[in-house]
Design a protein around this ligand. Structure first.
Ligand SMILES: NCc1[nH]cc(CCC(=O)O)c1CC(=O)O
Length: 321
């Protein structure tokens, strides 16, 4: 036997994932797509619990969100135990550890937020829910924007995975909760979407609705495989959104929302920074060639800073010290 004869053992690619139901649905989708495209390889899923899955009794805005859902996966990637990790792009920090990179962004689902109501409110919309209604959200972005438009509601923190949050709503602990449309769709719970929030009420989170696949920097073999799942328009939009957030964020979760549209060669990025009391919204937009997505994100961040966003962010950083 000559040494140049290729081994008959198939190469196994190891995919890392969180254990939540949503994470698994997303990761199995990626596995299935790649297995179909590359039948000569074997794709295996390895799951792990992250800090964000363990600490369920503290509000996300207090923990700070730097790598809360990603660190364990990143460590095992750097140690070579997994080859890449599938994340909800919105949970992936804008600055990645040395040696890792965003290797692929998949086609985005509807990135909007959705209102899900308790059954006693099925006949109402956000506009007609009574004053004092208890609205559940753990996101400062949703809180600040909704408080701005609907100051007569009471906002209450809610944690846990999607099923847990829906159970708390159905139990009667909330009148309504806000969730991502994409998560509900992926878990076959689109029927619970009562109202999709228009972008003038709630700009969505950076990267919402897309999957981000993180891999080792310069891992050519893996990057080639991931090309098969890349969706260039989503990637451009998300690069603009992530550059915007990267330029503005400090050490903790910040109330920042975005919207992006591509028309022809033009990308338009809208961004908002909102104060937690809902009193101040600093909002603006930039347009330019899609190829300059990241530079546009940075430019919009600087514009908002000079229009008052910095004061809002400083106050939040100070409050979380
Ligand atoms: N932070 C939790 C999280 N991460 C991703 C999604 C939904 C799917 C997505 O936005 O891609 C959710 C739930 C939610 O915000 O309702």
């Amino acid at each position: 036997m000559s040494a140049t004869v290729p081994s008959t053992a198939t190469r196994t690619i190891c995919i890392g994932s969180r254990k939540s139901q949503l994470a698994l649905v997303q990761t199995y989708w990626v596995q299935e797509q790649l297995q179909h495209q590359f039948p000569h390889l074997t794709f295996e899923v390895r799951t792990m619990e992250t800090q964000g899955d363990k600490v369920l009794d503290v509000s996300l805005s207090k923990i700070g969100d730097k790598g809360l859902f990603t660190q364990e996966l990143e460590n095992s990637m750097l140690q070579g135990q997994i080859d890449f990790a599938v994340h909800s792009l919105k949970d992936l920090p804008t600055r990645l550890p040395d040696g890792l990179m965003l290797g692929c962004v998949t086609e985005r689902e509807n990135p909007a937020d959705a209102l899900v109501v308790h059954e006693r409110h099925l006949d109402k919309q956000l506009e007609t829910l009574p004053a004092g209604s208890i609205i559940g959200t753990s996101s400062l972005r949703r809180l600040a924007q909704l408080r701005h438009h609907y100051p007569h509601f009471t906002f209450k923190d809610i944690r846990g995975n999607l099923n847990t949050r829906l159970r708390k709503l159905d139990d009667g602990q909330y009148d309504a909760i806000i969730l991502a449309v994409a998560g509900l769709q992926r878990l076959d719970m689109a029927a619970r979407i009562h109202q999709v929030l228009p972008s003038d009420v709630s700009l969505h989170a950076v990267g919402q609705g897309a999957l981000g696949i993180e891999c080792r920097q310069g891992d050519g073999e893996i990057l080639d495989l991931l090309q098969a799942l890349e969706h260039p328009p989503t990637k451009s939009r998300c690069l603009a959104e992530r550059a915007f957030l990267r330029e503005l964020e400090g050490g903790c979760q910040v109330p920042i929302g975005v919207n992006t549209v591509i028309e022809g060669e033009q990308l338009t990025l809208t961004g908002v920074v909102a104060s937690l009391d809902g009193q101040t919204l600093v909002k603006d937009k930039v347009s330019g060639p899609t190829a300059e997505a990241e530079a546009m994100g940075t430019r919009l961040a600087k514009a908002l800073r000079s229009q008052g966003a910095q004061a809002i962010l400083d106050e939040i950083t100070w409050a979380h010290r």
